[in-house]
Design a binder for this molecule. Structure first.
Ligand code: MG
Length: 371
């Protein structure tokens, strides 16, 4: 590993001291704890873009997280960085997501407006720091500082003040380690590409529309030239795998250049740098952002999706209102916690309960309210 990679020997460690693992590294242990967590298993029934029951072949938040991890690990290895740490951050990055994707998170945020709001990124940290109840000696998963730093991608100044060590960099305007920077972009690369695949499969995006995107069209022309008779399904897949290859290669090479030019020699140097060193070249980044905007306009805001969005908003809002009115509509462990606290703390218990729900659990709970 390079000198500027995260290294457990120089880590800021865990919040509760534990004996070191015998046959694994510390970050491998983090990854394993994340995979064994309840929140991780729930991701299989949580929406990425398409609600889980819309079809068996669409990405869920679990398969999305695996694709992010796979891209992140490739980049980390190519750059001589810490692969297990990158993997741990990637696998954990969406643990705090609500049911129904962004529609769920925005609604829960609105419900929580008077009580500190709700942000899925912050919730992911809350899951690994507090909510997972598995270990005898501590709450949460007791992960390494660098893993927690990577999970907390962004954060308001107000929240940062309450978060202690992982909040500091937002107050002091420092960068996270390179492994966290990679996880951040691996997320964006993964969804840009798999959402093209899912959107096309769902019939919400057409080949003609996609061809207006330079990232897509460059690969489209290339694949067509070599395989003029390829059927659409394989054509799309061949284009997507080449798009991922193009962007990932560009990311590795541009980042390598920036690391060399910056002269960083340690993770502390990385943290003090003026900007993120993990970046695409300006040209590819522009194409990547263009595709992201395209998906936002034509897929995430597609009329067919908006209908599901409205339904999801109603479910989350009505669950929140019902539990606020009568906490004992929740399972006893949540109800008792909620009932014994002040208004803001009660709202937070309710938000934790709703955020932990899978899509189908939320739908069933909502139907149960009427009964
Ligand atoms: Mg994600």
């Amino acid at each position: 590993m390079k000198s500027y990679a995260a290294n457990e020997l120089h880590s800021r460690g865990r919040r509760y001291n534990e004996p070191p693992p015998t046959y694994r590294g510390e970050y491998q242990r983090d990854r394993d704890r994340i995979i064994h967590s309840t929140a991780f298993r729930r991701l299989v029934y949580k929406t990425q873009v398409f609600v889980n029951h819309e079809g068996d072949l669409y990405r869920t938040r679990l398969t999305h997280s695996l694709e992010v991890s796979q891209i992140g690990r490739s980049v980390a290895v190519a750059l001589g960085l810490n692969e297990p740490l990158t993997e741990a951050i990637c696998l954990a990055h969406d643990l705090g997501h609500t049911p129904f994707g962004h529609a769920g998170q925005d609604t829960l945020n609105a419900c929580m407006r008077d009580y500190g709001g709700f942000e899925h990124n912050l919730q992911s940290l809350r899951v690994v720091d507090k909510l997972e109840a598995k270990y005898a000696d501590f709450a949460g998963l007791n992960l390494m500082f660098e893993t927690r730093e990577g999970i907390l991608k962004h954060c308001s100044v107000r929240n940062a003040r309450e978060l202690g060590d992982v909040g500091e960099r937002f107050l002091e305007r420092r960068q996270p380690g390179l492994e966290a920077q990679i996880a951040n972009l691996a997320d964006a690369i993964a969804y840009n590409n798999h959402d093209v695949d899912d959107g096309f499969r769902a019939g919400l995006l057409t080949l003609e529309q996609l061809r207006e995107q330079p990232l897509f069209e460059a690969q489209h022309l290339d694949v067509r030239a070599h395989y003029p008779d390829l059927e659409d399904r394989r054509l799309i897949y061949e284009i997507i795998r080449r798009m991922i290859g193009t962007v990932v290669t560009d990311l590795i090479e541009e980042t390598q250049r920036r690391i060399e030019a910056s002269g960083v020699a340690s993770i502390d140097d990385v943290r003090e740098a003026d900007e993120s060193l993990v970046q695409m070249s300006p040209e590819i980044y522009e194409q990547h952002v263009s595709l992201k905007r395209f998906l936002n306009k034509h897929l995430y805001r597609h009329e067919q999706k908006l209908e599901m969005t409205r339904r999801a908003q109603a479910i989350v809002r009505e669950l929140f209102e019902a539990y606020s009115g009568d906490p004992f509509l929740m399972p006893l462990e949540f109800a008792e916690k909620a009932a014994s606290r002040n208004e803001a703390q009660r709202a937070r218990v309710i938000a934790d309960y709703i955020a932990g729900m899978t899509d189908r659990y939320a739908i069933a709970a909502h139907e149960g309210l009427a009964g």
